[in-house]
Design a protein around this ligand. Structure first.
Ligand code: ATP
Ligand code: MG
Length: 207
């Protein structure tokens, strides 16, 4: 049998996509010898669409496109961007497995997402459907990070793997806050994304 294809999935709200997301995708690509990484913006439920001070779905997708355009092994996936917004990860992953029997999926998340993994819908089914690759975050101590991974392994019997990134002290929330405070976001996001945010005044005026 031919070797399975290996696809990374970098899911997120991407409001906006920042260098943390991009470094995670790139690190996963090299560390786990992936064939591609799919950036998969999450659909917002109807009540979360068109909020003041937040990007709408089209703007979030456009920012992802701009951010990944220069990387030949990154792709946009619209799997979770359906009309009524909301999708559950286990459903997406089970559907992708069914549609791509020759592919093994690597779901890329941050340590904050791992911490509340057991509150996600059907965590055992997510763990059965993919490898889960976790980047450290919020200065989590190495031994605590290892214990968190071990805890989820014991609970859900999944393949929980570590991603070798430095602690990337950046979040979409801090970027939105920096804009409100009149602080620069240069180099927090790709230059293409920064110019797009500036032009569309998504989060207010940029410095
Ligand atoms: P917000 O501040 O709005 O919550 P965010 O920066 O956390 O945004 P998301 O789009 O919510 O970005 O994140 C998508 C995924 O990427 C999540 O699994 C999150 O844990 C992970 N992630 C985002 N930024 C980082 C980072 N700097 N380090 C590690 N993981 C990250
Ligand atoms: Mg977040």
């Amino acid at each position: 049998m031919d070797k399975k294809k290996k696809i990374g999935i970098m899911g997120g709200t991407f409001d906006p996509i920042h260098i943390g997301h991009l470094i995670m995708g790139e690190t996963a690509y090299w560390q786990y010898e992936l064939d591609q990484v799919w950036f998969m913006p999450a659909g917002n439920p109807p009540h979360k669409q068109n909020r003041v001070g937040r990007a709408d779905d089209k703007q979030r997708v456009d920012m992802v496109k701009l951010a990944i355009a220069s990387n030949p092994h990154f792709e946009l996936s619209m799997e979770e961007m359906n009309a009524d917004g909301y999708t559950y990860s286990y459903r997406t992953l089970e559907r992708l497995n069914k549609e791509n029997p020759d592919t093994e999926f690597y779901f890329i998340i941050g340590a904050d997402s791992l911490r509340d993994f057991d509150t996600w819908k059907e965590p055992a089914r997510i763990a059965a459907a993919c490898n889960i690759v976790v980047a450290t975050r919020n200065q989590t101590k190495p031994e605590i990070f290892d214990a968190m991974l071990e805890k989820q392994r014991n609970l859900f019997h999944g393949n929980f793997l570590k991603l070798d990134t430095p602690n990337l002290d950046i979040s979409s929330n801090t970027i939105r806050e920096r804009i409100h405070l009149g602080q620069t976001i240069r180099y927090y996001v790709s230059e293409e994304v920064r110019l797009f945010i500036e032009k569309q005044k998504i989060y207010g005026e940029l410095k």
